[in-house]
Every structure is written in C-alpha cells, then in structure tokens.
Design a protein around this ligand. Structure first.
Ligand SMILES: [Mn+2]
Length: 475
C-alpha cells in the first residue's frame, strides 16, 4: 500500500524555474538525452499477417524553434466555447509546466475554477453517450480515418507525440481512446484533462472510453488520487471527486463502421435474469446469477446497452457484471469463457469466443487494450508487448488485437532492467475501416524528472489482481 512519507515534497524547484537536476528517487533511462522532443518516432516493419499493415511515417521535419512560454494561468474562454487555439494552448501549457513548474504549483497553470468548467462541460457530454458509442457510415467518408489509442497511464509527453504523429482530431480524423488515461505515470491529471478538452471541442470526433483505472479503487492504489491531492492541495479532494464523477460518465465500448468493436478489456457475459413468480414485476425481483464456468455465455449488445455504468468501481459480484467484464477481461489461448481468476474480476475468453462474437454480430475486428509489457510477461501463449500491439486471435470471421500506447512503461520501476516497449496506435481506413494499420513509436526522452505518486516498489507489478478485501462491497 501507499507509504506514509510523501515522496513529492522533496523537490524544491520554484515556479517557472526550469527543473535543474533534482535528485529524484527514480531516474528514467536517458536513451538519447539530447534528442529533439518530437523526433523519436519509429515504425514497426515486420508483419505476421498479410492483411495486417504497417505504415512508415515520413522522416521528422527539422526541429521547430522553441516556443515561448505559455500564457498562464489558463483562463476559460469568455464566450464559454472552446476553440482549437485554446486546446492547443492547453497542450502547450501542460507540456511546459511538466518541465518548469513543481506539481504543488500546478493551480498557477490551471486554476481550479477553470478545471471545474472543463470537467463539467465534458461530463455533460459524456454522461449522455450510450454505453456503446457508434461511429457510423454517414459520418465516415473516403477521406476519414479512425485512430484507436490504447493505455496512456499518465505519460503526457508520449500522448502529445502520438497526437502529432497520428494527426490531430478534426473533421476527417476520428479518435477512439480505449481507456486507462491515469495512474502509474506522473501526469495522469494533465493527460485526462487534455483528452476532455478535445472531447469538448470535437464531441463527435473524439470518443473517450472507460478503462479499469478510471475507478476509485485503482486510482487510490496506483497514484492518481495522490497526484491530484499534491497538485491541488486543499482543493485536491474536490478535484478528485470531480474526476471520479467524470469517470462514471465514460462510455464502455465503441463500434466503428459497423464492423469493429473496441473496449478496454474486451468481451462480456450474458446476465440471465430469472425473475421468480412471486416477485415478478416488483422492483426487487429475485435474480439468479450463476457464475460458474459452465453457465457463462457471451452477452449481447442489447445487454451491454442496459448495463449500469455509472459506478465508482465496477462490481465483481451481483447483477451488474457487464461493466467489470468490459473493463477487466483478457483474451486467452484456451477455448471457452471462464472467470478471470488472476484479476479477481472479469473474464478470460478463448479464440472460439472471439469467433462466436464476431460472427454473431457481423463484426470483423476486436480492438482491446489493458495489457502492457508487464502483464504480457506473465501470459504464456500470448505475444509480448515490445511493439505496442499484438495480434491475439486470428479466426474465420476476423481478428482480435491488443493495442497499448504507453511506451517505456511503467514510468517508475524499481530496477534498471526496463521493458523498453514501444507504444502503438491503430489507424482504420476506408472503405471498410476493418483492417488495422499499426503505428509503433518510442518513448519521448528524456522524461522530466519527477517523483512518483505511489509506492511503485511495493505495489504489485502488473495492475492486475484486484484486492477484493480492500474494496467496499459493491452496491
Ligand atoms: Mn487496464
């Protein structure tokens, strides 16, 4: 669990003073410390399947002259409507602040009143979205591209690179983010707020799905809660509550062009409800849930659409199990559908289930995230995450892939022996938007030297077992 000592108070750099050489407990590797900020992209070149493509990015342009410091504090636009320039300035302010401002002074960059307005504006939009958002044919044209992004985990600089590399959201550029914006990395708040700003600017082009880390339990163990408390001081609890409220509004899944299903974890079960005669029609009708493997079967989109997603922590017991499945499940190479015992919540599903799901719903591709290099190290039979993506199941009806967008993950590690994984994003192209084109990229180096917000040496390595004993019973 978290230690009592506050690792974030040892830094003594002052506001607007570039971090000299603080003495952090943990130093990210300096692969090439004088490399230009946006120059370290690389693209995977091998292909394990004929219709899976890799695309090369053009060589990076010459370095731009350094941008002057941003106007701070950031203020809410007078007319109440975000502009592209405002979002651009926010990205610049966050990037600059990550290098030049100590965390405790973050409100001098983004005052709590502005944060409140942004979170409120985004929450209003997000809460109205369906559990499974649809990006459909009439919006997608010959010039459209859909970018699908995996776990980000507070790695702000890598997200800024990804947006620039993939091309920013716009009329013809859709983005689906597959969740896990916060925790582990030191800039979860900036990462999440930046995505909220893009959502408010382009609500029908940017889609933010929920990850298992967008929850009260995960953020209390893996750093985001502490990060917010450090950055906002006596207003920290208020800000954390606002973020949790926004997490509850995030949709669970998406369907792109009718043929691609995306979600953070993946597939979900059917919840057979068996009302007893006596209680039929009554509000508290009795529901029989049988969760042993023999009775597990895949759920339908109708069931997904009626799941109650507005919960701080998706429950692992009771009737409302679909959100936990969608956010926590993993694929397996063993056939069948079974409880995910490693994680204590969600399911494991085999290639036969991928085939059934694709065929039954007329889909060609499942894009999920949720497993980084640390998790994949413990999954014999499944590929490693070195390139930021894996092709997990290839079946008659299509494919299942995993995409993970946090390179050199996790940011804080106890040993020098790092995974050095690339991150990746997927681009879907017309006419059918069902063939993934993978783009892998390296971490931005050097990362600003900052202290972690959780006890990364003590906390279990991959996020993955849910410590049920520490959670309040699900309601
Ligand atoms: Mn996850």
């Amino acid at each position: 669990m978290l230690s009592d000592s506050d690792p974030t108070t040892s830094s003594n750099s002052l506001l607007q003073t570039p971090l000299p050489s603080p003495a952090p407990e943990q130093r990210p590797p300096t692969v090439s410390s004088d490399e230009d900020f946006f120059s370290s992209a690389s693209v995977a070149s091998s292909s394990s399947s004929e219709d899976i493509q890799h695309q090369s990015s053009p060589p990076p342009p010459p370095p731009a002259p350094p941008r002057p410091p941003p106007q701070i504090p950031v203020s809410w636009p007078e007319n109440g409507t975000l502009s592209r320039e405002w979002v651009d300035d926010l990205m610049h302010a966050f990037e600059w602040a990550s290098r030049a401002v100590i965390p405790q002074e973050f409100p001098s960059v983004l005052p709590v009143e502005v944060l409140d307005r942004l979170v409120l504006a985004a929450s209003k939009i997000l809460h109205k979205e369906k559990n499974c958002v649809r990006i459909d044919g009439d919006e997608l044209g010959q010039a459209s591209r859909v970018v699908v992004v995996g776990d980000l985990h507070g790695q702000l600089h890598d997200l800024l690179f990804l947006l620039k590399d993939a091309g920013y959201p716009g009329e013809d550029k859709f983005f689906v983010f597959n969740g896990d914006y916060v925790d582990r990395g030191a800039w979860g708040l900036e990462t999440f707020l930046l995505l909220l700003a893009w959502k408010v600017l382009l609500p029908h082009r940017v889609f933010l799905l929920r990850g298992n880390h967008e929850s009260k339990y995960c953020t209390s163990v893996y750093g985001f809660e502490k990060e917010v408390l450090v950055k906002y001081g006596d207003r920290g609890k208020h800000v954390y509550r606002k973020c949790l409220g926004c997490f509850e509004g995030l949709p669970l899944a998406s369907i792109i062009a009718g043929h691609v299903y995306t979600a953070h974890g993946g597939l979900f079960r059917s919840i057979p409800s068996t009302p007893s005669k006596r209680y039929k029609g009554k509000k508290n009708r009795k529901v029989v849930i049988n969760s042993d493997s023999n009775s597990l079967s895949l759920g339908s989109f109708e069931e997904l659409s009626t799941a109650r997603r507005s919960v701080l922590d998706p429950p692992w017991e009771g009737q409302n199990l679909i959100p936990g499945d969608v956010l926590w499940s993993d694929p397996s190479m063993s056939p069948g559908l079974s409880p995910n015992k490693e994680r204590g919540i969600g399911l494991l599903w085999g290639p036969d289930c991928t085939e059934d799901f694709l065929k039954k719903f007329g889909l060609k591709l499942i894009i999920r995230s949720h497993e980084g290099p640390d998790a994949r190290e413990k999954r014999p039979g499944l590929s490693g995450m070195d390139e930021g993506y894996t092709i997990d199941h290839v079946v008659d009806s299509g494919k299942l892939i995993t995409v993970f967008s946090a390179p050199d993950y996790p940011q804080f590690q106890a040993t020098d022996d790092r995974y050095r994984n690339k991150g990746a994003y997927v681009i879907l192209e017309p006419p059918h938007f069902d063939t993934p084109v993978f783009h892998s990229f390296d971490a931005i180096t050097p990362r600003p030297l900052v202290n972690p917000y959780y006890d990364y040496e003590d906390v279990i390595d991959s996020d993955e077992e849910l410590d049920l004993a520490s959670m309040v019973p699900a309601t």
